[in-house]
Design a protein around this ligand. Sequence first.
Ligand code: FES
Length: 153
Amino acid sequence: EGVTGMTLKINGTARTLQAEPRVSLLDALREYLDLTGTKKGCDHGQCGACTVLVDGRRVNSCLTLAVMNQGKEITTIEGLAKGEELHPMQQAFIKHDGFQCGYCTPGQIMSGVACVQEGHAKTDDQCREWMSGNLCRCGAYPNIVAAVREVAG
Ligand code: FES
């Protein structure tokens, strides 16, 4: 199958790659652009490990084709910190011990950022509901909710 050229705007930088049109945004990030902070768990929309923001909304990057995301603003876990200063959500995850093995953490943090930005973190229940698509096999859920709720203020 033929490859096609595409340009993706990721964390404020235009990145070009050559890939088949069937390549997912997740694989484009990890396999073509070396942005391996975004994780692959299930590769079919059930675990949330691959969560990124597209135009500010959270997206499971395994479920969308890279080629369809041209012209959009993609934010990955690598784009959250400002230089050496971690994003408040990253700081809150450290403070509240919001991870154990860490594999789901980038996706949890991206979902948490969207949760606060979109106003779904006003109560613990609301936060749990919003975050329910992000699985944590270690069971760090209470600490994750505590972190997100702190950032929500
Ligand atoms: Fe995308 Fe699991 S890898 S939801």
